[in-house]
Design a protein around this ligand. Structure first.
Ligand code: SF4
Length: 440
């Protein structure tokens, strides 16, 4: 059976959809890309904002139109929070987050799998074929889900409602998956979770994430390990010593959400300007070339002009290498939805423009620091360029690098040093030497 899998939203959604793809492929199904006809479509939705929910609905309609004869299965946060809205979109099966781990079995039970072998249980799958959802070739980076759910109650967050209480994946399972990925040739794994920093607490291990990372580095050969989003209050003393191992990549995504203490208090975030600044100073002292990216919410209820100005100034002072900017989205079931002082959309637009303009400056400033350096790049994808190709990849500190080569340069899934010679919008320009087809 030809199966198309897709997702929007966070890295956790990507890791889940990739895991499903591996299970379907292990059962003998063919995973097809966007241009190919499918018999079954599985889509992992997002509902973190109104925009994400609208995009989820759009994509479902597009998938339905592009695959008129296919069964359509939807899952994810939107499916968990509003199953009736999903069902109204002419889909065949809606599976909430609580049952997502069993999705291949539920799809089979619903009679939507034809011409297939039985789907193996996750713990019985000793070999999951390498599946690329993006380019039809081998993947280079794998998102590995190690944790789900969250025990915090940030005032704006619907994800904590949609994903339930925090729970961690057992260490032997994580190790087995990473060893399998390494054996398949993956170069990098990104550990993902809704609240990754809480890893292990439900298993009685207060230093769970630290122990998890140490064990992965000691007991697997995967060349590169990256951590996805970490709440700033989760990082215990000594955490940054982990980066003495160069296989742990120098990139931290620490969601700040607002650079104003008063707004942070209303958001019920467990950090402050002073604590965050101290954390960044410690991290930068311990980790050379560190890239720190963050999330910022614009227009949280009650955010005055003065609060926004404070947030903007603090965000600039923290010298982030990239900002993910979200306009506040009122989600029923959250504390913030009941707050007074909802911000008009015109005000949000103006603040968003200012924050995006700051982001462009911060990104370029960070990129410029590395012009003239030679850094290892994991080359991921390419497209035709003139008579040759343009390749794109990522440094360990999450800088996008492009390079032009002759045809057939075969850079995919290789970690090769590039001399960084210039910047263009959104990337550095690199030169890779010693590779067949390299144009100099
Ligand atoms: S830490 Fe806060 S923002 Fe993150 S998932 Fe939990 S409640 Fe949501």
């Amino acid at each position: 059976m030809r199966i198309r899998l897709d997702s929007i939203g966070c890295r956790l959604n990507i890791s889940e959809i990739e895991e499903m793809a591996r299970h379907f492929a292990a059962a003998g199904h063919r995973i097809v890309g966007p241009g190919d006809a499918a018999d079954l479509v599985v889509f992992n939705t997002c509902a973190v904002t109104h925009v994400a929910a609208r995009k989820s609905r759009q994509v479902i309609r597009q998938l339905r139109r592009a695959n008129p004869g296919a069964a359509v299965v939807v899952t994810g946060c939107y499916a968990e929070l509003s199953p009736q809205e999903m069902a109204a979109l002419d889909v065949d099966l809606v599976i909430g987050n609580t049952q997502k781990d069993r999705l291949p079995h539920l799809v089979a039970d619903a009679g939507l799998l034809r011409d297939s072998d039985p789907v193996p249980a996750p713990d019985a799958a000793s070999f999951l074929p390498n599946v690329s959802l993006a380019e039809g070739g081998s993947h280079t980076r794998a998102f590995v889900k190690v944790q789900d759910g969250c025990d915090n109650r940030c005032a704006f967050c619907i994800v904590t409602v949609a994903r339930g209480a925090g729970r961690s994946r057992l260490l032997p399972d994580v190790l087995a998956e990473i060893n399998r990925l390494a054996a398949q040739g993956y170069q990098e794994a990104v550990l993902s979770g809704v609240h990754l920093g809480s890893y292990g607490r439900d298993l009685g291990d207060a230093a769970g994430l630290r122990n998890l990372v140490q064990t992965i580095l000691a007991e697997t050969d995967l060349p590169r390990l990256r951590l996805s989003s970490l709440e700033p209050w989760d990082l215990a003393d000594g955490f940054f010593e982990l980066w003495q191992n160069p296989r742990l990549l120098p990139h931290l995504h620490l969601p700040l959400q607002s650079g104003c203490d008063e707004t942070l208090r209303r958001m019920a975030r467990r950090t402050s300007q002073a604590e965050f600044a101290r954390l960044l100073a410690d991290a930068r002292a311990a980790i050379p070339d560190l890239s720190v990216t963050t999330d910022i919410i614009i227009g949280f209820p009650g955010e005055t002009d003065a609060e926004f100005a404070e947030s903007l100034a603090f965000t600039e002072a923290m010298e982030f290498s990239k900002l993910h900017i979200f306009r506040y989205s009122r989600r029923e079931g959250t504390a913030a939805a009941r707050m007074r002082g909802q911000i008009p959309s015109k005000v949000m637009q103006a603040r968003s423009r200012q924050m995006h303009s700051l982001n462009a400056r911060l990104e370029e400033t960070f990129r410029q620091k590395f012009v003239g350096r030679t850094m290892p790049v994991l080359w991921e994808s390419h497209e035709p360029y003139g008579f040759g190709e343009q390749w794109s990849g990522l440094t360990g500190n999450y800088l996008r690098v492009i390079t032009q080569t002759s045809p057939n340069a075969q850079l995919r899934n290789r970690v090769l040093p590039a001399q960084l010679v210039d910047t263009v919008p959104a990337a550095l320009v690199g030169q890779v030497t010693g590779v067949a087809g390299e144009m100099g």
